[in-house]
Design a protein around this ligand. Structure first.
Ligand code: G6D
Length: 349
């Protein structure tokens, strides 16, 4: 195992360092304290050729200017909160809003825009980057001073584990995720439609006005949302199912079966032979297939194309605070939030 660092850029006169953990199999993970953003993950394909299997812009300037959420830590609450409002213990809370009157991904300056402190932990078969940040009461409208740590560990079994811990001094909400986009082709200019996906999920959430969850969970069996067996993404993403066609792809939460063993998700691409298995303690995963070309910025000289990557965003269901039966994202002062998700990288023949 090896840990290296290099200068990545400057933010508010502060140098931002990129940390790279490389294991003995040639798998590496790089991340920066700005937004605890994962800047790349390099893995070998079945022939031993290494490539970055994530989508990201190429500079800190672009991350700041365009806020694409690529690889970023999302919080305090991932996804959309209807009208940026909720009621708790008889009190109405109005959050800062940033998309069509709703709050998306933590608000106008969510955790993905904050500079975290970093500590490193080096063991014989793993290295961890521990990012910590104190989110002050009132930030983005949320009550409570919130101490957050996001720990990334890469080990010699090619497992990347994300461990979140948080404490608050006043009742608040917390439902973080990581917005990593995978492209197992190792080239973001080749769409992910050729990837295959399997999910241990039998229900998905539907979306309505302003992309907000309708509050309905529907059975996926026999629909384009059915990923009970490995299925080529193109079949779902290009389907004319109204929920999918109106968004030009997937942007939906899937409820993970709680009674089964992981991995709860498997993503593969047969030409490279690359495979990602996802294990999580979370109840759901949001699958987003980068449904539009992003031409405001370029990556390797070209706009980020439609279907440049796929996210597996583990979390409690979006808008849980306003939807019956969507799970609990309330964090109280006497509690400690803890949650882990692991992505395991391997190759098939
Ligand atoms: C998320 O669900 C959302 C998308 O709608 C959004 O556009 C993206 O993040 C940036 O996955």
């Amino acid at each position: 195992m090896k840990l290296t660092t290099k200068a990545f850029g400057f933010y508010l006169n502060q140098e931002i360092t990129e940390y790279t953990i490389t294991n003995t199999n040639g798998v590496s993970l790089s991340a920066i304290p700005y937004g605890a953003i994962v800047t790349k993950i390099v893995t070998p394909d079945k022939n031993g050729n290494i490539a970055d299997i994530t989508l990201n812009v190429e500079s800190l300037e672009d991350m700041i200017a365009y806020r694409p959420f690529y690889g970023a830590t999302i919080g305090r609450v991932a996804g959309r909160i209807t009208d940026g409002q909720y009621e708790i213990d008889g009190t109405q809370v109005q959050l800062d809003v940033n998309e069509k009157g709703n709050q998306l991904h933590g608000g106008p300056a969510g955790l993905d825009t904050k500079v975290f402190e970093v500590e490193t932990i080096e063991a014989s078969d793993s290295i961890s980057l521990v990012f910590s940040y104190k989110s002050l009461a009132g930030e983005e409208g949320f009550p409570g001073n919130l101490d957050v740590t996001v720990e990334y560990t890469l080990n010699d079994n090619n497992e990347w584990t994300i461990a979140y811990t948080a404490n608050t001094d006043k009742t608040t909400l917390f439902n973080p995720t990581n917005h990593i986009y995978f492209n197992l082709n190792g080239d973001i200019h080749q769409p992910i439609l050729n990837h295959e996906l399997q999910l241990k999920s039998s229900k998905h959430g539907t979306l309505g006005d302003r992309n907000l969850p309708t509050g309905q969970l529907e059975e996926s069996k026999g629909t384009p949302f059915d990923f009970s067996e490995l299925k080529v993404l193109e079949e779902a993403v290009l389907s004319n199912e109204p929920q999918i066609e109106s968004l030009s792809g997937l942007d939906h939460p899937f409820v993970l079966d709680q009674t089964v063993e992981g991995p709860q998700a498997i993503l593969t691409e047969s030409q490279s032979g690359r495979k990602v298995e996802m294990y999580t303690e979370e109840q759901s995963v949001v699958i987003f297939t980068h449904n539009a070309e992003m031409d405001a910025y370029t990556i390797k000289g070209r706009p980020a194309p439609q279907y440049a990557g796929i996210t597996l965003e583990t979390q409690a269901l979006p808008d849980a605070i306003n939807q019956e039966g969507f799970g609990n994202i309330v964090l109280r002062p006497e509690e400690t939030y803890q949650s882990k998700t692991t992505y395991r990288f391997s190759t098939m023949k």
